[in-house]
Design a protein around this ligand. Sequence first.
Ligand code: TPP
Length: 368
Amino acid sequence: MIHPLPTPVQYLGEDGSVRPGVTLPGTPDDWYALWHTMLLVREYDRKLVTLLRQGRTTFYAQAAGMEATQVGIGRALRPGHDWVWGYYRDQGIALTMGARLQDLAAQMLGSNSDPNRGRQMPHHYGSAQINFVSASSSIANQVPPATGTALAQKMLGTDEVTVCTFGDGATSEGDWHAGLNMAGVQQVPCVFVCENNQWAISTPLSRQTASDGIVAKAAGYGMPGVQVDGNDVLAVWAVVQEAVDRARRGGGPTLVEALTYRMGAHSNADADAEKTYRSREEVQHWQARDPLVRFERFLERQGHSISAAQRSEAVASLHRQIDEAIQEAENSGQPDWRSMFEDVYADMPVHLRRQYQQLRLEQEAGQS
Ligand SMILES: Cc1ncc(C[n+]2csc(CCOP(=O)(O)OP(=O)(O)O)c2C)c(N)n1
């Protein structure tokens, strides 16, 4: 089945033309930065898939095809001020908000330089610096705490905003409904963004909901809903920015549905998406709507075209940066076994102290 072309808020046509009546957000410098970050997300994906195939890490979920959605969301936020409760596929949001490649790579490898020191499975990044809460594998369980964070922001009278993201599959979970319901009742400063990439592993959107899009559910929870073309970075930025600004002014939550597509597999646990549950025709249909290509067409039309030489130079430079970050993470080694017991309790409980002693004796016996 081929999903219909999106009809929601759209700033750019497929050919990069600007839709009539649209006021473009940003300046040419901003547009160049958006392009560069989308390219970074795309090339990071390529490198990470290679890393997996080399057996140097064990889990990764690609964002290829979803760059415009993620970069548009990240661009609308104040890094280190606003809060993000995202999900495991949100590397594009993290990178847009200033996540360091070294930290992402260290988390992927569970190495000594990982801020979480290998306590999470790979690709579950979190950062205190950018208020990016460590992602969970369980789908939708970030939604109630996101509402809680936003409620605290409201009660404390801050002007911070929370953004909570999830896939279309997450909207079938009880947590999702509980979180949105409370957000509507309490009118919290939270922007919920569904990164609707059409599939929840092998379950298509048509088996996920009977409503007319995820956006239709907004009315049920007493908040505005906006559907946006998720492959149009300027439209996503503008729509999320408007929702964020309203939340900051005390105007309550919004549900945004970004229509996009994941071009690759769900994760490395699902290596053959094309042969097993998606038709080649469908994938090709969406490949022709590549968000990076569309944005490059837009830049060209605006007189800021990126030459083939500039593009390959940028790709080569990004590959160098990513390789260096991975190398640095690998060079930092494995976390010391003692780190399992550190920085969790101020005063270690007795059962952990016993385990610590036992492990110490085993380590010493192993070394002698
Ligand atoms: C509570 C729960 N149920 C089932 C799963 C298994 N699972 C992992 S990812 C996934 C699909 C998620 O799809 P979606 O929310 O659309 O996000 P996407 O990965 O497509 O971006 C499922 C069912 C899980 N992780 N957690």
